[in-house]
Design a protein. Sequence first.
Length: 325
Amino acid sequence: MPFPAGLTDRPLTRDDLPAVAALYAAAEQVDDTGEHHDAHDLAEYWFAPYVEVEHDLRVVLDGDDVVAVGTTVAPPTFRDAYAVHLDGRVHPDRRGEGIGRALLDWQVARGTAVHAARHPEAPGRLTVLAQSTIAGQEGLLRRAGFAPARWFQQMSRPLTGLPEPRTVEGVQLVPFDWARDEQVRHAHNAAFTEHYGSSERDRTSWEAMFTGQRAFRPDLSVLAVGDGDVLGYVLAYVHDADTAATGEVDAYYGQIGVVPAARGRGLSKAVITAALAAASAAGCASASLEVDTDNVSDAQGLYEAMGFRVRRTQVSWSVQLAPQG
């Protein structure tokens, strides 16, 4: 489907990022997703080494004004299916004109082409992480052939009334150490072997998506170390755009895991408790995380027991792509 008359589209450039960040800020006033992005955040997400910028990122213009943005980003590693993540937003003043439908058509076509070009031998999956607060998004996705596949809870808790510190025999709880970054990557790959949509992160994607992020806070991150190995971890992030929008500092726990051989010893509670204490001592007001409701380790129950409460729900919608030989 073409874009409405009078509009043009072209590849996104770095010069567009301030205008796109302003578009997201305007949309958040209506959509209430709880997420905020500045131009630096968007640059990290979209100008990663594995993104073909001229082909994977698109802006829609009315004259010189950015009225919509769409992206198709596929991290290089995968397990069950090669995942292409579709994201974007239409300015709230321009919704209902068919821009979102045309943009999604482009994303589906581009995502299908990415799968065919990079990993045609494997199953593919186009995914959109949607929020019920964005009016019309569910209907748009259904009409395009997407189906709900997974539910993710966004959870948070205030940094008051913290749980008592926990100890595990033979294990030290220490702040993140850059000398152990590679150990943490391997521990993460081992911890998430059975998790939906996860994959063994290579060095490039690990840095681009995790510890190389501007928001990463090693001082608020905690490692559980035993016999010289990283057995568990909490990686924490503080996003400047969230702080600017809410006026409060939130410690977001992007990755939490325990290697399979060390489970059943209370390590998860120990590293999370230590991370909460570190965030509180640093002046953070809250801590947050996201959990798959079908998590194989019943992580949501653990987080609820540690004082986290569900604030929002996101749904992963997908279209499955068959291998092409």
